[in-house]
Write a protein that binds this ligand. Sequence first.
Ligand SMILES: [Zn+2]
Length: 370
Amino acid sequence: MRLIYGRILIVIWSLEIETQLDGQHWDRRKRLIHGEMLCSGVLRRLSAHAIAGTLGSKTMGHLKVKLVNNKSKIVNPKAFTLIELLVVIAIIALLMAILVPVLRSAREKGQRIVCMSNLKQLTLAWITYAEEYDSKIVFGSAFAFGSWDIPPKGWLGMAFFYPESRIELMENPDKGALWPYIKDIDFFRCQKGLAGHAATYATVPSANGDTVPGTHLSRYDPPLFKGLSPWSIPSKRIGGTVLRLTRLTDIISPGSAQRAVFIDYGQTPDPSDFRVHYLYPIWRWSCPPQIRHDDGTTLSMADGHVEYWKWKGRETVEMPRKLVPMRAGLFKESLDGGDYEPKTEDGIYDLQRLQKATWGRIGYTLEGGP
Ligand SMILES: [Zn+2]
């Protein structure tokens, strides 16, 4: 029925055009105007039929010739139909869905490689410093503005403590003890660091950093240590393991390939280091595991090599997603709800893996743990 209707319209339209051309009292302009009006009306009808596929190619060819001859509104045969456009959009959306995750993964791997390279440079500087200072390890606190007694110089320096700009950071002479061995501010910052964070790496506390319960002798016992700053108090030694390292020669068992030094902290370190407990099976509220490298973290070892750890425990990865700002817009974030004790086997594994790399061993027993 549609086909018949379309053909009737074509015939009527053709006769009209011919009549106009033969008329004596129609001037050229009137003929053209009338032709345009007629064609536009027919076009509207025919386009619906053409989309529905009810018109044959022969009819369509006839229509095109007539339209061109009358200099009327022209249907570009190369234009997209709505359906074709939708198909193209669907194909593009499909390609995007496939390619975006791949590109994102490639970008993360590139950033991770840069991050590990930074850690490598920092750790080589850390080793070189100790070799130049009679095996003594650089003070592990980043900024080291202690006031107990004359504090050693921190490895990072106050210049990195939230500078106003990159230029200010470069020009500030208050760089830390490792600066002479690197002298490039880009090595102190992971590319995935937040805006405004000039440095993103921290030492673990066993690398001559803050004192952690259970890892050093008491300040008051023996009385000889009374009045000394925390970093002057001798470390505890258990068998061949020195918990808190102050000299390279302290690293005996486990060896230097198993003792962590720097970790990608995730934000500019505050005056403390990345606090890892020794006595307790918990993540400290202020130092949750970092997950920004594809749900894993990067860290370096005392022999200079760098590792990437993909966390095994789902809770290890989920927990840091519930971070809350500790000081809005400035300092680190912290765990909502305080310290976190993992419950699953994989979660416990993740925590103990970092505790062992930090202290050489763990200071507690855990029933059911690995
Ligand atoms: Zn990083």
